[in-house]
Design a protein around this ligand. Sequence first.
Ligand SMILES: [Zn+2]
Length: 340
Amino acid sequence: MIAVFDGHNDVLTSGDPELIAGGRPGGHLDLPRMRAGGLRGAIFAVFAPSEGFGWEPVPRADGVLEIARSPEVPLGTAAAYATRAAGRLFALERAGAVRIARVIEDLDEALGGGPPAAVLHLEGAEAIDPQLESLELWYAAGLRSLGPVWSRSNAFGHGVPFAFPSSPDTGPGLTDAGRALVRRCAEIGIAVDLSHLNEAGFWDVARAEPGPLIASHSAAHALCRASRNLTDGQLDAIGASGGLVGIVFACSFLREDFAEDPDTPLSLIVRHAAYVAERIGVEHVAFGSDFDGTTIPAELGDAAGMPKLLAALGEAGFGSREIEAIAWGNWRRVLSAWWR
Ligand SMILES: [Zn+2]
């Protein structure tokens, strides 16, 4: 079975650790389904939701579909939430269900049959104080990946709001605190994730050259003109930096029409993977499912469906070494560059 490393899930937002470890009804991911799908490693996001945020897209006067902008989350609220959600991952490790990855060898070991490697990720850095003092505590606990913003503003920058059709160029980029955060992450070995940044913020990070650029759960803007997707110019920068795109499985970011329709073919994930591979090379393509954070193609179903996706990549002409790189090797290479 081909080992898979997946770059983004939101199971900690909803999940009871006992049910994640033992199996749970519904949702996309738990340990039994990780085993069935060959998932030997994954990035587990800690995400503090905005109060009263609704997902329903509303047409603007100009016809652009827009999901209402999320209110900011104060530091205290986010820190309290994030420590609880991260606690769920530590509870999973205590129960022997996962091993939290702190060095790249932890990923290698997960291939040997131990518990899957779990990378602790902050999706939006609201829980970190702008002076970055609490970043040390999070690093010591095991934080190895961080997105400065979710799709809202915070002390570090401005996330890209969800809109279609829309460019990701939606406003100003990183603040001074955001630039300092990216620099500090590069110094201590926390991978920086660009998936929810707007375009100005993306270029702010790219110019700082902190490490190989990562968009952990995004797709190609050329195939779906959602603000959350990556333009060809952004893809080129990711390729030139040696980074990667974790292709997201979210139906609305894959489809030409932005519909959140589970009746979306699995082949559309393959199309985005092929587009990115053709443009910047297969060594920059990986997976970033967004399991338990979005609507994914019913044909894939959940984490147990990964072998179907790997088979579809094969049918589309990817060779077995290329599939192994997409499924595991590319994430390993890029994380090891950040964690050095
Ligand atoms: Zn996300």
